[in-house]
Design a protein. Sequence first.
Length: 512
Amino acid sequence: MFRHLHDDAFLAFSRDHKHLYAACLLDVHERFFSGAPAFPTPQQVVHAIYDVMRANPTLWSETDDFGNLPEMISAGRRRIRKADVALTSEKGEKALGLARQLYARLLAWGWLEEEEYGLRVTVDMAMGPLLVIQRLASLNKDLSQRFGGLIVQIRLNLEAVEKLTPEVTDRKQREAALAVREARNQADQFTKSLRAILADLKRIRQTVMESKTIGSRLEAFFEEFVDQLLLKDFESILTVNHPYRFRDAIVDLARRISYTPATMQVLAEEYVAASMASDVEDGHTAAADDLLAIENIFEQIGEMFDRIETFRRQLEARVRNTIKYAERGAQGLVGRAGELVRRLDALLRDGRHERATVEWNVEPLRSPWSEHHQAPSRQPRRPVEARELSAPPSDPLYELRKQLRLEYIARIAPRPEDVRTFLEGQVPPFGTKEARFFEIGTVDDFLAFDCARRYALTGEVPPQIAGNFELEPSPDTPPHDSEWLRCANFVIRRRGLGSGLGSGFGKGAAHA
């Protein structure tokens, strides 16, 4: 477990200045070792540590307080201070010296290492410390578990895998087999997210119950449970993204894939091609293990959700009881009201206020007992009668929009018959015409012309048009250029014309 780390690596997090070391490592990782590759010099790393010390003066004790430190950047071999000369005092030099000490300790503890390339010395981070600091950086960010489209992505991956057969030869389609391993990793991540939510609920319950006052208990509940956990995690698992929505579909997909020999054969071959298995038999076993793991995970998440729901109900019940009985103590409204009543009675007994009354309209008391207030007696249950369902109400505006939408779809995508009619009106019988001589007058002409252009470029001409016309691209001739569009030229020839295409090109009679 520790073979990739230095023996003294965690000394950085066990001393008095552990928070400063953590801030320096996170800043150096974010600045130099994440994103675009960078090879900083020792001077640049020292100045980065100096910037962390300057931006976080509270991480030092009182004896290490340097006040307002001057800003410093690296430029070649010189240090440039962007502050007054008055600020570049002994405090800045002392802080820079301590930054060098921090850098030396990070080198000695194995977090950083120096490499020599000729006369240049650069700083790098080994694999073990780099993986550890990446994890620490992720913990330093948002810890809330987000599901988003994770479950949907697993289902889509399995649906793509189910379509694979040995007859599929396209590499991009066959590479979808690797999505099984990715789906298993995503399912494991989903299980870890559920465990994180459950652990966070336990922590919040302990924090709420350890609060000394009612105010601190309610503050802990609303800040930690409602703001941090409920609105981020429960919103995603208790609404449309609830895993139960796709649970059965995912389990059925995994079973169908594992019981389909043709698909399993493709999975085994792709596992071997991706070096995820040594041979086809090993690939078949690995794919079966991945599918079985996905199936078991989604079959057993019910217990996890039951525990989460139980913890949530218990926590909400405790807070609800706290609010319910909060005003029954001596410090609540009842206690204060009782003390006020006793003081008023004492004033009346002393005779100091003989007419201590307030004129007010008092509503007369009425008895709640009446024949109209009685609950009606239970009637015998009537049997269910079968009857026709009423048709949904018709909305004229909705029907009009629907009709307009259908007309728009039919117009924006002309049928082959419409394109053929357009070409018959443009190309003379037994003749040839170039697209650059076409006349486009209406929107329908433009749409039909654009369809003909696509037919000529792709060579996929529908049978309704191919029976009467031949469409060929002509990139070496001037393009079609009109008010509607500018595109490459192509040639349309009526069926029945001889093979002499050259006679039809460049002649005025050909496009008359």
